[in-house]
Design a protein around this ligand. Structure first.
Ligand code: NDP
Length: 237
């Protein structure tokens, strides 16, 4: 099987680290994000024959177009990583409806749309592997992140149900649930304070999550699983 992987959110942070590991393993990659220039730079840095695509995962039309373009230019996509995500942290009583919608649309609806689009090819070729990036907060809940937690908790339910739905087609669907990881998303947090609550006493690095994503992507007998990568945070949450 040729190894073509679409990485939504592959231009920065965790998705970019996944891209770096997969490039070393000989995959052909589609690096997908809203900012095409940043995605192009990330694809270029990988060396080799990787391509960048502009897409807002929250928009069905964008997702459909991107899959058409990927198929034309890279061939059939048989691996999918959903790492695109945003947070708009605030107490629920202060959360604007537009911020609820943008988080749900990007983090949950977006992954539904990309999975649906990817399945067309995966079902035809009777095989494929999907990893969705959730969050430990989607499993445990976190004050100040109700909507983000809902989007990530929903992603677990969605992924487990989809895993059941497509297992007979030899398609696997898994989730990686990170804790605090050093990326743009966490750069404004008070790390000194927060890390005291993490059993391993530090934030994780994107590559530490990327290894878990690649492990699940390439596994053969694991589906519907949620792999937590959080320095032990779930033990104390
Ligand atoms: P970053 O902010 O570093 O990167 C986010 C990536 O997603 C970028 O490539 C960004 O590119 C892309 N993206 C965001 N919105 C969209 C959109 N609507 N359409 C397409 N691409 C989009 O985040 P992280 O690497 O930290 O996060 C990756 C995933 O891991 C997210 O789902 C996040 O929720 C999750 N996560 C992160 C944790 C952390 O501590 N960092 C902890 C737990 C979970 P662009 O802006 O150009 O679109």
């Amino acid at each position: 099987m040729n190894k073509v992987c679409a990485i939504f959110g592959g231009s920065r942070g965790i998705g970019r680290s996944v891209a770096q590991l997969l490039a070393q393993k000989g995959y052909r990659l589609a690096i997908i994000a809203r900012n095409l220039e940043v995605a192009k730079a990330a694809a270029g840095d990988l060396g080799g024959d990787h391509l960048a695509f502009r897409c807002d995962v929250a928009k069905e039309h964008d997702v459909q177009n991107t899959f058409e373009e990927m198929e034309k230019n890279l061939g059939r996509v048989n691996f999918l990583v959903n790492a695109a995500g945003i947070n708009r942290d605030s107490l629920l009583v202060r959360t604007k409806t537009e911020d609820m919608i943008s988080q749900l649309h990007t983090n949950l609806l977006g992954s539904m749309l990309t999975c649906k689009a990817a399945l067309r090819t995966m079902i035809q070729q009777q095989g494929g592997s999907i990893v969705n990036v959730g969050s430990i907060t989607g499993l445990k809940g976190n004050s100040g992140q109700t909507v983000y937690c809902a989007s990530k908790g929903g992603l677990v339910g969605f992924s487990r149900a989809l895993a059941k739905e497509v297992a007979r087609k030899k398609i696997r669907v898994n989730v990686v649930a990170p804790g605090f990881i050093h990326t743009d998303m966490t750069k404004d947090l008070n790390e000194e304070h927060l890390k005291k609550n993490i059993p391993l006493q530090r934030f994780g690095e994107p590559v530490e999550v990327a290894h878990a994503v690649v492990f699940l992507l390439e596994s053969s007998y694991i589906t519907g699983h949620v792999l937590v990568v959080d320095g032990g945070l779930q033990l104390v949450m």
